[in-house]
Ligand binder design. Structure first.
Ligand SMILES: NC(=O)c1ccc[n+]([C@@H]2O[C@H](COP(=O)([O-])OP(=O)(O)OC[C@H]3O[C@@H](n4cnc5c(N)ncnc54)[C@H](O)[C@@H]3O)[C@@H](O)[C@H]2O)c1
Ligand SMILES: O=C(O)C1=N[C@H](C(=O)O)CCC1
Length: 266
């Protein structure tokens, strides 16, 4: 059994991950964390969730639980993820990072931590999206710049980062398929007199509202026709199952940075 710590226990993904790990015959929950000051901290997890005791205390300092873990599954905030990547590396535990909104500075720190232990990071851990990423690369390779590429994503009203991690994965794949760098062609946040669309740009649009779990369209629009690749998530279980798969797969890997393509063999 692989001992797993879940961070951000009370969050949308934290709760889903707790259910997923507890249902697994290959992993056991050895600890959970929440942010300092959260009312779950100091309580037993089972009781915090409104049931009987599970003998799993909710802690705010990850040091208290990381030492017992072979894997840490982390869907929190960039700041929390940074602190954890260092600790996970020291403990030589697999760090599965689902947190999005990471900047270049964060990514540099993750690369440093990955010298000591495996880190598996993806803006989307579902099988369907990772397949869509591959399809996007292939379609972008096949179609020339007569086809304008636009990525439209929709998420629930609580999401704090845009474009979504998934949209950025899709944008990177489209740029890669075209043999260009996304940073050179990315067009985000049009507003006002923007001028006509620049040939070769990859545009991003973010919709936020209600309880949308996650929807992504990659649109290839030319004169007279459009190709649209779409993924619709209706259940966060797809991300949690992907994350657990990554945590188990990581047990046999050496230090380094990996993504879900590696885990899924895509
Ligand atoms: N990669 C994927 O497949 C995927 C899927 C879904 C969500 N996400 C990402 O996961 C992240 C979390 O999403 P969510 O919808 O669960 O958000 P959420 O706000 O519901 O949950 C985040 C939780 O982390 C907790 N937290 C914050 N700081 C902490 C700290 N220092 N220590 C411990 N816990 C801390 C918060 O209190 C909260 O409960 C976001 O970045 C989101 O984009 C990724
Ligand atoms: O709910 C979220 O937040 C999600 N975040 C990921 C992203 O940024 O793409 C994956 C989908 C759900």
């Amino acid at each position: 059994m692989v001992g797993v710590v879940i961070t951000g226990a009370s969050g949308r993904m934290g709760r889903m991950l707790i259910d997923t790990v507890r249902a697994s015959s290959k992993a056991k929950l050895v600890g959970v964390t929440e942010r300092y000051g959260h009312d779950w901290v100091g309580q037993d997890l089972g009781e915090a969730l409104g049931g009987t005791t599970w003998d799993v205390p909710v802690v705010s300092d990850p040091i208290d639980v990381v030492k017992d873990a072979q894997a840490i599954i982390d869907f929190t905030t960039p700041a929390a993820t940074m602190a954890l990547s260092e600790l996970a590396a020291q403990a030589r535990a697999v760090h599965v990072i689902g947190t999005t909104g990471l900047d270049d500075n964060h990514l540099e720190k993750i690369a440093t931590a990955a010298r000591h232990a495996p880190i598996i990071r993806a803006g989307n851990m579902s099988l369907g999206v990772n397949l869509l990423v591959q399809l996007t690369r292939k379609v972008a390779e096949a179609l020339d710049e007569d086809f304008d590429i636009e990525i439209v994503e929709a998420h629930h009203r609580h999401k704090v980062d845009a474009p979504s991690g998934t949209a950025l994965m899709l944008g990177e794949a489209a740029a890669d398929g075209r043999g260009v760098s996304l940073s050179d062609v990315s067009d985000r946040g049009r507003d006002g007199i923007t001028g006509a669309r620049r040939t070769g740009d990859i545009g991003f649009t973010a919709i936020r509202g209600g309880d949308v779990v996650g929807e992504h369209d990659v649109i290839f629009a030319a004169d007279g026709e459009r190709v649209v690749l779409r993924h619709l998530a209706t259940d966060r279980g797809i991300f949690a199952r992907g994350a657990l798969k990554a945590a188990l797969w990581g047990q046999t890997q050496g230090p380094g940075e990996y993504d879900m393509m590696d885990v899924l063999g895509l």
